[in-house]
Design a protein around this ligand. Structure first.
Ligand code: M6R
Length: 600
């Protein structure tokens, strides 16, 4: 969470920084700030709220060719102007922005800064005050910077200005993402490449515990102990149209609409020269060598993992466990003899998942990341990576990444199953093409889902999503979508489980969304719906062609039974979207959330 930008060059820094922060707003949007450095010194401008609020506060006439900026997702201290970044040292000489969490900030403050009056409640301020303290004690800035970072425990991406050395931006990284961007006569720094793509497509990766001194025409990367590191830039393959909203009212709508095209693209990306679905041979070998897969993920990616388990077990015959990353690392289950860890993460930056990756790598186990962001931390650090090819997902609520995860998981399972002679009479490529067409039909039926949202959720305080078998896992995702963007309390439930307690919550008018796509349990889920309707629930049954009945509110086009999650989730995404709109919620940037969760 939190986004960082920095610019040093010849142009007006404020516009470049503001545009960069606008691109990073998905990482946090409760407050924002800039520090601009010119011959008069450093000017800090901070605002509670969005980048638009910050933009409104920046004086138009301020000219500066050096600056740093930050968009915040609060961890320590409420979102207000005082806690917004940049933070300054007592004298104002040092100005710093930070993404991450300093775990020992309280101890550091007690040990070194008893005499300093802190101005904010943040962990970040301790870093900048410490640097000033060590400079006052006689250290040059560079040494004080290194010394402070050696004392700090936790995660950080840092950019700092020193008013006495205005031709340098001091950079440091540990666990939180940060990239350097290289230009002609300027250099930049940003939490991701999208933020600075408007000025350069050349970027340099940073690794943990590295420090960089960024100047207009050079940048020096060193380790914490001062060893100089040479690293070549890479070209960021980002199409600017992928990160613009175009004529869409929201990124979420654009991203939902992209889903049919993405499923077709994934099919092509995972095709060999004979047009057969394939995955990298090293990855296939690693999967076939494993006696058990451990899927590690959070949120929507965890929900995709639950379905991935079904695919891999059914098609490839390999046992799979699915774990929530924030739990797994601190409560290891008994592991099999030859495990393979599969990390599912849209962003490739989720701190909860990364801490598991670090732990299992240290234990010597092989790791595979399934991500949408090539070059992301979990992609770089795992032994193998498979990409989602979904294009940048900007809306906080994940939609296209989820369907892309399901499609790639199906391909992994299918290719592995075929390699073991376990898949016959099933052509996944053909079924994915049918599924992509079905998704198109659904995203074209938006008005129906808008009506359903109005009919079932206009005044709802809570809602239930029911399903059995694969539909149950989709109902978990449906409930998460509705919660995160409309703030209606929602629960996804296995249809048969409701009567074991939770049915007590059903009252007159409680909205129920029930999925019925699975032949084997179609009658069972209908029975479960009858139980709640008998207690006053207002039920919306979404069934698939072939198992439909007169009572259904919407009929999904027919697709292969294993691929139903890719289509049954679309109505739930659209219903959530319209419910949120009808309530006046900010669909792309829901309250309290951030797209990339880079703190544990
Ligand atoms: O980038 P990741 O897939 O690792 O992110 C995991 C979750 O934070 C993410 O899926 C989150 O649940 C989404 N906001 C849900 O829409």
């Amino acid at each position: 969470m939190c986004g960082i930008v920095g610019y040093i060059g010849k142009e007006d820094a404020k516009e470049i920084l503001l545009q960069g922060l606008e691109k990073l707003e998905y990482r946090g949007y409760d407050s924002a700030g800039l520090a601009l450095c010119n011959e008069k010194g450093i000017t800090v401008i901070k605002e509670k709220g969005r980048i638009a609020d910050l933009r409104g506060a920046v004086p138009l006439d301020i000219q500066a060719t050096i600056g740093i900026g930050h968009t915040r997702w609060a961890t320590h201290g409420v979102p207000n102007k005082e806690n917004a970044h940049p933070h300054q040292s007592e004298s104002g000489r040092f100005t710093l922005v930070h993404n991450g969490v300093i775990e020992n900030y309280h101890l550091l403050q007690q040990t070194y800064l008893q005499q300093v009056q802190l101005k904010s409640e943040t962990d970040t301020e301790v870093i900048v005050q410490l640097i000033e303290k060590f400079v006052k004690d006689g250290m040059p800035t560079e040494e004080a910077f290194r010394h402070t970072l050696r004392l700090v425990h936790g995660s950080y991406a840092i950019a700092m200005l020193d008013a006495d050395e205005p031709e340098t931006i001091f950079i440091a990284k540990n666990k939180s993402p940060l990239l350097l961007g290289v230009g002609k006569g300027f250099n930049v720094v940003a939490s991701d490449a999208m933020a600075m793509r408007q000025v350069t497509d050349q970027f340099v990766e940073l690794h943990d515990q590295e420090i960089v001194f960024v100047r207009k025409n050079e940048m020096m990367i060193t380790t914490l102990d001062g060893t100089i590191i040479q690293r070549d830039p890479f070209t960021a393959e980002i199409d600017m149209s992928d990160i613009e909203k175009g004529t869409y009212p929201h990124y979420m709508m654009k991203e939902m609409d992209e889903q049919p095209g993405i499923i077709r693209k994934i099919s092509q990306q995972y095709e060999d020269e004979n047009g057969e679905l394939t995955i990298d041979t090293a990855v296939l070998k690693a999967i076939m060598n494993a006696d058990r897969l451990y899927i590690i993920a959070a949120g929507t990616s965890y929900h995709a993992g639950l379905i991935g388990k079904q695919y891999i077990e059914k098609m490839a015959g390999i046992p799979v466990e699915v774990h929530i990353s924030s739990e797994f690392g601190y409560n290891l289950p008994l592991l099999s003899e030859k495990p393979l860890f599969l990390f599912i993460t849209q962003s490739g930056e989720t701190a909860d998942s990364r801490q598991v990756l670090v732990k299992v790598k240290a234990m010597g186990y092989p790791t595979l990341t399934l991500t949408n962001v090539s070059g992301s931390t979990l992609s770089r650090e795992a032994d193998y990576t498979l990409l989602l090819h979904a294009g940048p997902e900007i809306a906080v609520a994940s939609t296209k990444a989820y369907t892309a995860q399901l499609a790639v998981l199906a391909i992994i399972a299918y290719v592995t199953g075929k390699a073991q002679g376990k898949v016959q009479h099933f052509n996944l490529k053909k079924e994915l093409a049918i599924t992509a067409n079905a998704i198109q039909t659904l995203v074209d039926a938006k008005e129906t889902f808008e009506e359903i949202a109005h009919e079932f959720l206009a005044t709802a305080r809570n809602a239930f999503f029911l399903g059995r078998n694969l539909d149950f896992y989709v109902s978990l995702e449906g409930a998460l979508k509705l919660k995160e963007i409309s703030y209606i309390q929602a629960e996804g439930f296995a249809g048969g489980e409701l009567k074991h307690g939770t049915i007590a919550l059903i009252e007159e008018g409680t909205p129920i969304f029930a999925l019925a796509t699975q032949q084997a349990v179609a009658l069972n889920i209908r029975g479960n719906v009858k139980e709640v309707v008998a207690r006053g629930a207002h039920a919306c049954i979404i069934a698939m062609e072939g198992v439909e009945e007169a009572e259904d509110r919407f009929i999904l086009p027919h697709v292969h039974e294993l691929l139903t999650p890719l289509i049954s989730v679309i109505p739930l995404q659209l219903i959530s979207y319209y419910a949120a709109l009808q309530r006046g919620c900010d669909v792309d940037k829901p309250r309290n959330l951030a797209k990339s969760v880079t703190v544990e």
